[in-house]
Design a protein around this ligand. Sequence first.
Ligand SMILES: Nc1nc2[nH]cc(C(=O)O)c2c(=O)[nH]1
Ligand code: SF4
Ligand SMILES: [Mg+2]
Length: 240
Amino acid sequence: MNNYADDTQTMNQAARDIRIPMVDIYETVEGEGTRAGYPTVFIRLFGCNLRCSWCDTKYSYPPYEADRMMTIAEILEETSSYQAKHVCVTGGEPLLYGERSRILLQELANTSRYVDIHVETNGAVHLAPFLETISSPIVRYIMDYKLPDSGEHERMIHENLTLLRPQDELKFVIASEADFDAAKRVILETEIRATILFSPVWETMPPARLVEMILAHGLPQVKLNMQLHKVIWDPGMRRV
Ligand SMILES: Nc1nc2[nH]cc(C(=O)O)c2c(=O)[nH]1
Ligand code: SF4
Ligand SMILES: [Mg+2]
């Protein structure tokens, strides 16, 4: 007769056999956000529901192809070969696979190997189902809110902004002065509990100009977010 432990084991085995299209798993230092600088394992899922004009990971969705399908067990095993205590689950859009994405995050948290698992999500996937079902306090969301220059502003789910918690981060990638104005409007008109990050688009927004605008507009709640990996390595380089 099945007891509770057997049921749990069966469920975990089923979960571990779930397959997800993948781009990469590798270790580097986190380049962005409040955990910038920490050794971090990156789990990059294939596929995205947006096509941002300035996207720097175009190899993570068609017409490119996934590098391979991996089961959640394989992802956990490969991730465990690195020393990092931080994990960044990114893409593409890592929440694209709904229940499969949710189980991956829960299983990563269940390993107890990590102090922090952050998810780089694009604002165009509903966050509520993930917040309601993933109980672990170490799973955090870094939401990349798309501004007009991205071409995907209309796809943002406004409700997501108000769901972010103090441990989460809300990142605005700013390509122009029009983007800056749009970001400013959002943060002044919405009650946001997450850390607010303003990040310059590498090719079109000189960081000094962005700092100038943050100070001139009096936005003390904003934290400048530089992509460390683009300073350290060639900006076009992969797996860094
Ligand atoms: N070092 C490093 N840090 C990152 N933080 C978020 C990244 C991403 O591509 O989502 C990223 C990345 O690609 N590299
Ligand atoms: S959401 Fe991210 S991965 Fe998708 S197109 Fe935009 S920048 Fe690229
Ligand atoms: Mg990147």
